[in-house]
Ligand binder design. Structure first.
Ligand code: GLN
Length: 221
C-alpha cells in the first residue's frame, strides 16, 4: 500500500545536509519513502502518523507497508511498530527480513516491541536485529495491566507517553539517552537508529515521527 503526497518539492543533495532548516527551505525536488514493517503489531497507526508528519513537514513522500523484502528495498527509512517482539522477530527470521533489514542499512525508528528488536540483548531468548548496542528489559514496567500514560520530557518538550507492556533500556553501550522516566531509560538514539519504549503512533503529537523523517532526510543521497 502506497501513499503519495504532492506538497512542496525538495531535493536532497548528494552531500551531507548539516542545517535541516535551511535544507527544508530548498526549492528543489526530493521524494523519500518510509516503510512500516508489516509482519505483526500496530502498523496502521504508524502509517497514519507518518502520513500526518510528512504533511506537516511539507515534503513529497511515500509511506508503504513492508510485508516483503521487495517492499523494504524501496524504503529510505523503516519503522518497526509495537506488537509482540517475539512474534515479529520469529517472522523476520522466517521470511529473511531480518538479514534484509540489516543489509539495507537505513534509519530505523523502533517503538516498544520495535525498541526490543533493535537491541543487541534482552532478558529473553528471542531473535533480535542487534542494531543498537544496548540491553533491554522486555515488559520492564509490568504486563498489560501495568500499561499507563505519563507525561515525559523529550527534545526539551513535554510529551504524553503511552506505555503498553513497555520495555526499558537497562544498559546503553553506544548512543545517547533521549528520555528517562524516573531512573529508567525510555528513548535512545544510536547512529541512524531511534528507539522509544512508548507508542508515539497512538498520540496526536507527531514530534517523534517528524524527528525521524528529518533523520531519514539527512541520510538520503
Ligand atoms: N513487551 C512487548 C514485547 O516484548 C512489547 C509491547 C508493545 O509493543 N506494546 O514485544
Amino acid at each position: 500500500m502506497i501513499y503519495s503526497s504532492n506538497i512542496i518539492t525538495l531535493q536532497c543533495r548528494k552531500s551531507k545536509i548539516k542545517d535541516m532548516n535551511n535544507f527544508l527551505k530548498r526549492d528543489e525536488i526530493l521524494m523519500i519513502s518510509i516503510g512500516i514493517l508489516d509482519l505483526q503489531g500496530d502498523v496502521s497507526e504508524h502509517f497514519e502518523a507518518t502520513i500526518k508528519s510528512f504533511k506537516k513537514i511539507g515534503i513529497k513522500s511515500q509511506v508503504l507497508k513492508v510485508k516483503k523484502i521487495s517492499d523494504l528495498l524501496k524504503c529510505d527509512g523503516l519503522i518497526i511498530s509495537g506488537g509482540e517482539s517475539t512474534v515479529i522477530g520469529k517472522l523476520m527470521e522466517k521470511t529473511g527480513m531480518k538479514q534484509a533489514i540489516i543489509n539495507k542499512n537505513i534509519p530505523i525508528l523502533g517503538t516498544c516491541a520495535g525498541m526490543v528488536l533493535l537491541a543487541s540483548e534482552t532478558d529473553y531468548d528471542q531473535p533480535l536485529l542487534g542494531l543498537i548496542n544496548m540491553k533491554v528489559k522486555r515488559n520492564g514496567f509490568g504486563g498489560q495491566k501495568a500499561s499507563f500514560e505519563e507525561e515525559i520530557k523529550i527534545f526539551d518538550s513535554k510529551y504524553e507517553g503511552v506505555f503498553i507492556r513497555a520495555p526499558y533500556v537497562e544498559e546503553l553501550q553506544d548512543g545517547i539517552v533521549l528520555s528517562k522516566l524516573k531512573d529508567k531509560i525510555i528513548a535512545v538514539a544510536s547512529g541512524k537508529y531511534i528507539a522509544t519504549a512508548f507508542h508515539p503512533e497512538i498520540t496526536d503529537n507527531t514530534m517523534i515521527h517528524e524527528y525521524f523523517i528529518k533523520e531519514v532526510l539527512k541520510c538520503v543521497e
